[in-house]
Write a protein that binds this ligand. Structure first.
Ligand code: FAD
Ligand code: NAP
Length: 337
């Protein structure tokens, strides 16, 4: 176990924010993690980091930043309809997706190429192209920071919601997720109705989709549309898409006829936040090195040397203008430290 002092977090967050951690250590076994957590000389504040693709760091952190390096993917067992795959929290998420595709395990092909690690996937119930983690999630094991005990959470226990879970609510900062078990399908039930998947499959000359080709279509769309953090710092969608009463959506639609909306739970409509942000004039905006992406305005970007505070201030301005124009309060998706 090697605990370092005053470590720059720039290589560890995809926004590329250059802030320091007072203490930094990685752990590749649960024993190492327990040892660090029980060290009373270290600050009590702990930050668990996976791939750093969903965080915005505002200041130097007077905390112990713990980089999760737990590894391993295994097929636990199978029954008539499902395969149960366990993956350690420090595995790259897309590696797990590719493992499943390679073995013909269906259910997460639409979640191809989401950056980050397995341990963060339940945090916000990752989702893309009409599929959410909760649809294939069986259980996870997490270590309670206060007691060092390992606790199992079922799908219900996680209280998954739209980009939400118990780990962002009541259980925030209390657990280190150690591994998750997915319940993949033997018979694929493709969701290709979403966005550009169908047209991309057509472009690829695919008439009968397979797990592999759906994954490829998703990867092609993502590569063409989303900024690569290795080129421009970003953390994906900065805000969630707001879900409003359908009556509110209809009232707005009479004022802004081109306003898109998607049916959510009964009586509610989801509005793409990107539309609202673009209509407020922010698409392609840049102040210093902080900006709003030129193709996808829901993604805030760091062109180089923006500080976490500059990105945060831009986000607050965007929130204010969307509230003034549409009466909708955007909620942040990215975790701010
Ligand atoms: P981190 O950023 O390291 O951490 C995120 C949060 O989880 C933090 O609060 C952290 O403390 C906590 N955490 C991390 N690991 C653990 C653990 N083991 N135990 C307890 N807490 C932990 N998200 C989607 O849902 N869908 C998308 O389609 C999508 N596309 C993206 C595209 C781009 C280009 C980018 C940059 C991001 C995108 N994201 C998307 C957001 C992000 O990739 C996901 O939220 C991902 O799950 C974050 O994983 P991470 O390991 O990088 O988490
Ligand atoms: P898009 O296809 O341009 O669509 C814009 C928004 O409208 C999406 O965010 C999506 O909401 C919603 N939408 C589109 N078609 C829909 C349908 N048929 N039914 C219901 N809702 C629909 O979106 P995009 O920006 O290219 O992203 C594609 C997918 O990847 C989305 O699912 C998005 O969430 C995901 N993604 C997430 C992040 C992140 O950081 N969280 C970053 C990039 C992409 P939903 O977001 O609810 O799906």
């Amino acid at each position: 176990m090697n605990i370092q002092k005053n470590v720059s977090l720039k290589p560890y967050n995809t926004f590329g924010i250059d802030a320091n951690a007072a203490y930094f250590s990685s752990f590749s076994t649960v024993e190492e993690l327990r040892e660090i957590l029980s060290d009373k000389k270290l600050p009590s504040k702990k930050l668990i980091l996976g791939g750093g693709s969903n965080v915005l760091i505002l200041n130097d952190l007077q905390a112990v930043v713990l980089k999760n390096e737990l590894k391993g993917i295994e097929l636990l067992f199978e029954d008539d309809r499902h395969y149960y795959v366990k993956a350690a929290a420090g595995e790259n998420w897309n590696r797990v997706v590719q493992y499943c595709i390679h073995h013909n395990f269906a259910g997460i092909e639409n979640l191809s190429l989401i950056p980050g690690n397995v341990g963060a996937a339940p945090m916000q119930n990752i989702g893309a192209y009409g599929v959410e983690l909760k649809e294939v999630f069986s259980q996870l094991e997490a270590l309670e920071i206060k007691t060092g005990k390992t606790i199992t959470f079922s799908n219900n226990d996680c209280a998954f919601g739209y980009r939400d879970s118990i780990f962002k609510q009541q259980a925030k900062d209390q657990f280190v997720i150690l591994n998750i078990t997915l319940r993949l399908n033997k018979e694929a039930n493709f969701n290709t109705t979403y966005g550009a998947i169908a047209s991309e499959l057509e472009k690829m000359g695919v008439s009968t989709p397979t797990i592999q080709t759906v994954s490829e279509a998703v990867i092609n769309i993502r590569k063409s549309k989303l900024p690569d953090p290795a080129v421009i710092g970003n953390a994906g969608s900065f805000f969630k898409n707001p879900v409003v009463y359908t009556s509110i959506f209809q009232a707005l639609k009479s004022k802004f006829p081109e306003l898109p909306g998607y049916e959510a739970k009964e009586g509610f409509t989801k509005i793409p936040a990107a539309f609202l942000i673009e209509k407020c004039g922010w698409k392609g905006y840049r102040a210093g090195d902080a900006g709003c992406h030129t193709k996808q305005p829901l993604v805030l970007v760091n062109y180089g040397k923006a500080s976490g505070k500059e990105i945060y201030e831009l986000a607050e301005k965007i929130k204010k203008s969307v509230l003034e124009k549409f009466g909708i309060l955007l909620e942040r998706e990215v975790n701010v430290f």
